[in-house]
Design a protein around this ligand. Structure first.
Ligand code: TRP
Length: 453
């Protein structure tokens, strides 16, 4: 499709696109949720189920988002406008684009707060503040940090500046270049930590805990957990993948590229699990989940092991890099929208988008301190945003995008973008039209049910 804009900058190579999608998908979700879910939910059985969800639901959805982006070479709002014109339906579909962009900014505003904690930990751990700390001490350190957001302002600002620097430099000089340095760094850190975990002596025990087959534990809750997680981790539903797809050359095959990302994302999540569990086991720490795992248990566990302090800094650096590469994908749709819709220069667009998100994020940061009293249904702003985006906005936006692609967009367009074998194409279409909406509908209804009871 021809648009009247100047030629869109593209990724320098297909591998950078794969790394960019991997960077987007490997984030906090992989680090604090997946390993825990796996060990809780039935080990190897859960991994297989999760992989099936990724391949049957996640990958078809990802292909759809990439194809919409590449076909229009636009941000989500303009993409939906152009596509609805092409499909001959109401241009109101562009509201869906706005909703996607908004969801990304909302997720970013609480994601950035967790990233600020991580940056703060990298500094504190490097300074030896948690050296030889016990659980009590570590717990106090984390609570004190939360209750005093003023101390976090520096790391919060630093994180924003890093994101601004990458986004402001544009696709080629910013995103592309950052990805080319950050992703190899991330993989290197995972490898070093893996070797360390292997030497801890608990590697095989952790392996068994993580992968033991317990098929008798398959139930509805497990399927839903696998499905919901596949969704969040692949960064679907905010137009992030769509916008990244807009920068992919037409020469590349979408199908193979996207399948690669799905498998690599799972692999990396498992490898990170194989770092966390041996360390926890070696230090005889119980495996907890969420912030507690990352910010309280792990520093204590690392601290008890040989050379643990240095490795702990490396671990938090890894989490920090993962947070940065995910965060840029959350803000890219909004930045591209400002740039393309109003013809702003890239730097200006990036400053406006990051400044807007910064203000929102500050409110979230202070929801643990000065604004702790402001709650809705017992949730502070951080919890509220997490809840509304994960449970409602993401499934809703994804469902609408999939219905649009599967049922409204003409087959000519999807087929011309997905140049794969005919059976492959029909399988994709079948998944997209029936399986994916069913899966998302299921998540959505269950969430509604859980909220109302
Ligand atoms: N996938 C990332 C994680 O696992 C988070 C993320 C980045 C995301 N971009 C997204 C989640 C878009 C939903 C939508 O932590």
């Amino acid at each position: 499709m021809q648009t009247d804009r100047k030629a869109q900058e593209l990724w320098s190579h297909r591998s950078v696109f794969i790394l960019a999608l991997m960077g987007s998908s490997v984030g906090l979700g992989n680090i604090w949720k997946f390993p825990y879910l796996t060990s809780e939910q039935g080990g190897g059985t859960f991994v297989l189920l999760y992989l099936a969800c990724v391949l049957l639901v996640g990958v078809p959805m990802m292909k759809a988002e990439v194809l919409l982006g590449r076909h229009t070479r636009s941000n989500p709002v303009q993409a939906m406008r152009l596509l609805s014109q092409e499909a001959g339906v109401s241009e109101r579909w562009r509201i869906l684009g706005w909703l996607a962009v908004l969801t990304g900014v909302l997720i970013f505003s609480f994601y950035a707060v967790v990233a600020a904690w991580i940056f703060y930990y990298v500094f504190s751990l490097s300074a030896g503040l948690l050296a030889d700390a016990g659980w009590e001490q570590s717990n106090n350190f984390f609570s004190r940090m939360l209750a005093d957001p003023d101390t976090l302002l520096t790391s919060h600002t630093l994180f924003m500046l890093v994101v601004l620097l990458i986004l402001g430099a544009g696709v080629r000089r910013g995103l592309d270049r950052a990805i080319r340095y950050l992703m190899p760094l991330m993989l290197l850190l995972v490898l070093i930590l893996l070797v360390y975990a292997y030497q801890s002596g608990y590697f095989w025990q952790a392996y068994q805990q993580l992968f033991q087959f317990r098929p008798e534990r398959i139930d509805g809750a497990m399927v839903l957990a696998a499905l919901g997680h596949a969704f969040f981790t692949l960064s679907l539903g905010t137009g992030a993948v769509m916008t990244y797809g807009a920068y992919l050359s037409r020469k590349e095959s979408i199908g193979q590229t996207v399948a690669c990302v799905g498998v690599l994302d799972t692999l990396l999540a498992l490898l990170i699990g194989m770092v966390i569990f041996p360390v926890l086991l070696a230090a005889q720490m119980p495996s907890t989940s969420g912030p507690e795992l990352l910010f309280i248990s792990l520093p204590v566990a690392f601290g008890q092991l040989h050379a643990g302090q240095v490795l702990c800094v490396m671990f938090f650096l890894l989490v920090g890099v993962a947070a940065v590469t995910s965060a840029i994908s959350l803000m890219e749709p909004f930045t591209a929208l400002l740039e393309q819709q109003w013809g702003l220069r890239r730097v200006v667009a990036a400053v406006i988008s990051v400044a807007t998100a910064w203000c929102m994020s500050l409110a979230v940061l202070f929801s643990f301190g000065h604004l702790a009293g402001v709650t809705w249904y017992g949730m502070n702003l951080f919890e509220l945003l997490n809840f509304v985006t994960t449970y409602f906005l993401l499934p809703l936006v994804s469902l609408a995008i999939m219905v649009f692609t599967g049922w409204i967009l003409s087959r000519r367009i999807t087929q011309s973008e997905l140049t794969q074998s005919v059976p492959g194409y029909y399988l994709w279409r079948l998944c997209l039209r029936y399986l994916v909406p069913l899966a998302i509908g299921l998540i959505f209804v269950t969430n509604l049910y859980n909220v109302s009871f």
